[in-house]
Ligand binder design. Structure first.
Ligand SMILES: [Cu+2]
Length: 315
């Protein structure tokens, strides 16, 4: 019976072992463990710190467990009846130890966690010796089931894809035109929610050039699985060239065109030489019910799965 319990305890460690084993492979899917910017890096460090810390606790607990099993086993040679005294009530030394140790554990886990959480609300600090750069503001607005990225500084807008300069903080201003969603670019940092009628801020930064995956991480209906986008992180010069090109060559986003895009459904990647912020601000009280009011009937209808097939064809 005892042996079986022991085996079950080791089985419980199996998932942890698998995580450690798989993370060693550098799998592209496990981007959380392969940070590409300072925000993702600080979150990664926190995960690793907590993991090692808790691993340390597990080691101590299992060592004590093994010690107890061996020391107090019934058939130990020379064991006396008086060796077993389970009455610990009123044992001040032991009670102080098992109160103080958990307090130390909680303090050592919470200090780095709270510090990191508070730092996430500010733009990431530049690396030593580098100049402080003003964050690039990007409004990330979701509508079922697509992403609008508005760049007020460049006066351009993209749908379902995103270009960002490297080594510069990006200040995402998150909002939703209808259902609650969440912006998640695992290689650059954790997710934050997009909600209608309000604005949340998320600071992210890419240190390395590359193409990263982004997605909605909050379930919001049939098109959820396909509500993804690519993030192209490139150096400042390339980014400016791209932005100029969109500004000069992309069509204008008219109010009518924007309304069409807001209808529940899928869309391909698109670029425009102005932003929808000219027409409606979904994060304000006035802009909050805009889409739901306009597409009342369609929101009531059940959408068909072939719409999702359409989205998959351009991924
Ligand atoms: Cu909430």
């Amino acid at each position: 019976m005892k042996a079986k319990h022991l085996r079950n305890r080791w089985l419980g460690l199996l998932p942890l072992g698998l995580i450690l084993f798989l993370s060693g492979c550098g799998q592209l899917e496990m981007t959380v463990l392969d940070p590409k910017g300072p925000v993702a890096q600080s979150q990664y460090d926190l995960i690793v710190y907590s993991l090692w810390f808790m691993l340390g606790i597990i080691v101590v607990v299992f060592a004590l467990f093994a010690y107890m099993l061996i020391k107090y086993r019934e058939n130990r040679p020379g064991r006396k009846e008086s060796d077993y005294d389970p009455n610990l009530h009123g044992n001040t030394t032991i009670e102080v130890i098992w109160t103080i140790i958990p307090i130390i554990i909680v303090v050592l886990l919470s200090i780095p966690t709270v510090t990191t959480l508070f730092d996430l609300e500010k733009p990431p600090e530049p690396a030593a010796g580098e100049e402080v750069k003003e964050p690039l503001v990007v409004y990330a607005t979701t509508a079922d089931w697509k992403w609008f990225f508005s760049y007020p500084e460049q006066d351009i807008e993209t749908v379902n894809y995103l270009h960002i300069p490297t080594d510069r903080p990006i200040e995402f201003r998150l909002s939703s035109a209808d259902s609650m969603s969440a912006l998640w670019i695992p290689a650059l940092g954790g997710q934050k929610y997009n909600m209608a009628g309000m604005m949340t801020k998320l600071y992210l930064q890419a240190d390395e050039e590359g193409v990263y995956d982004g997605r909605n991480s909050n379930f919001n209906g049939e098109g959820f699985a396909a509500q993804t986008f690519k993030v192209y992180a490139e150096n400042e010069e390339e980014f400016n060239t791209w932005a100029d090109e969109i500004k000069n060559e992309a069509p204008e986003l008219t109010a009518d065109r924007y309304d069409e895009l807001l209808a529940p459904g899928m869309t391909d990647v698109q670029s425009y030489s102005n932003t929808h912020l000219d027409y409606v601000k979904h994060h304000t009280r006035e802009g909050m019910g805009y889409v739901v009011e306009k597409y009342r009937e369609q929101f009531k209808e059940k959408l068909h799965l072939y719409e999702i097939d359409k989205q998959e064809s351009f991924q």
